[in-house]
Write a protein that binds this ligand. Sequence first.
Ligand SMILES: Nc1ncnc2c1ncn2[C@@H]1O[C@H](COP(=O)(O)OP(=O)(O)O)[C@@H](O)[C@H]1O
Ligand code: SF4
Ligand SMILES: [Mg+2]
Length: 330
Amino acid sequence: MGKILEIIDLKKYFKTNQGTVLAVDGVSFHLEEGETLGLVGESGSGKSTVAYMIAGIYSPTSGKILFFGRDISMVANKRSLTTKGEIQIVFQDPGTSLNPRRTIGQILLLPLSVHKIGKANERRELAEELLQMVQLPKDYFEKVPSMLGGGEKQMVAIARALATRPKLVILDEPTSALDVIIQAKIIKMLMNFQRELGLSYLFITHDLSLMRNVATRVAIMYLGKICELAPTKEFFEKPLHPYTRMLLSSIPVVSEEEEALKPKKIESRGEIPSPVNVPPGCSFHLRCPEVMEICKKVDPQILKFSGKHFVRCHLFSKNSGHNNTSGNEE
Ligand SMILES: Nc1ncnc2c1ncn2[C@@H]1O[C@H](COP(=O)(O)OP(=O)(O)O)[C@@H](O)[C@H]1O
Ligand code: SF4
Ligand SMILES: [Mg+2]
């Protein structure tokens, strides 16, 4: 399996009246073909900004985005055409991502004609097939989004994303606005599409427990940086970063087995600081139960702990006595 996506030291700063927002501040990771990388973090940690840069909605302040090894970071506004629709994004709120003045049919036909998929007279059939794929009836073709429920709208948004036969689909909290039954249905559908169509997913969520069954690897974001990244099993069995352990300790579990695996309850302390006023040193140090003197001054680097497990924390840096080797996420 090759690398479909690689992002290197990606940054996005926004200038605002309150100061510069360090929304994404040096994020690196890659995605293998056919895998699901879960990007998890609290609201405001920079997840959507990462997504929007990959999708070409925002230009990065600095850093690189490689798609099949090709640098696409500089073509933000032409990204969709440059990548021939091979990168698609599904947004959290299907209510605002679908044009209210277009019928579902028109919404599905648009990407087909923009990307010249099929002959003009075949496109209606292709669009109907897309509707069928997401299990919506044919007569929805003539409806407008306001006539659909939230889950149905999100299925239309997924069908639209699949129209251009993408290789990479960014799912930005695709089910957070929906109730749990519809959420489960959509997740199942997405997993089936992944298998059938060989898709790679960057799955963004604030719901860590959802990632257990969905992600190949999990990355945790905090204030614009990744603080831990590991294969899913290892991530849940051996969480390292104090922030990860704090998040995991607050997940409700269903079995005793899971309870035994869970880190000891760590009280969540404080709120996520503003990305305009990022604390010096480790940005988590004001909330960290294990804070040391060095943490207040020096921002830790992300280091390889073992195999594919990476962590950004002084507890695991070279001189701390823990057994690890340094390296970049690759
Ligand atoms: N266009 C923008 N202008 C200014 N600040 C922004 C903009 N977009 C996002 N931000 C800020 O960047 C930070 C990260 O936002 P976002 O990527 O949406 O986080 P998440 O998706 O994890 O909730 C937040 O503090 C947010 O307010
Ligand atoms: S570097 Fe220090 S403050 Fe930051 S997470 Fe690790 S122990 Fe906590
Ligand atoms: Mg978001």
